[in-house]
Design a protein around this ligand. Structure first.
Ligand code: SF4
Length: 109
């Protein structure tokens, strides 16, 4: 679904049926303030870019809202875990490398 920032994100849900105006992020969920989701967070959220770059079904994303810049700015911080290799994924855009190793032409000398 398209977020308020205009990007596609599978975790965004908006219900506008019959005058409703309910929006939520199903990745962040119902975190208590000040770590709750608000639509402005989609503007700088890295998740849509990660989903475009890597659609691995074994990678599980988790997200938290944290305060940055002396507590004035809130930002979505994402971490990734691979359920197949059982390890944290340092670069979610690339993945852990177990399912999709680089072709030999890039690794042979
Ligand atoms: S905050 Fe990020 S993960 Fe949540 S709906 Fe917006 S773009 Fe998607």
């Amino acid at each position: 679904m398209r977020t308020p920032a205009g990007t596609e994100c599978k975790y965004f849900f908006g219900d506008y049926y019959r005058g409703k105006n309910h929006e939520e992020c199903r990745l962040i969920g119902n975190a208590a303030p000040p770590h709750h989701w608000t639509p402005d967070l989609c503007q700088n959220c890295p998740v849509p870019h990660i989903l475009l770059a890597n659609s691995c079904p074994n990678m599980v994303l988790t997200a938290q809202v944290k305060r940055q810049l002396l507590g004035f700015k809130r930002q979505v911080i994402v971490s990734a875990y691979c359920t197949k290799s059982q390890q944290n994924v340092k670069e979610p855009e690339i993945g852990c490398g177990q399912c999709h190793p680089l072709p030999p032409i890039f690794t042979e000398k």
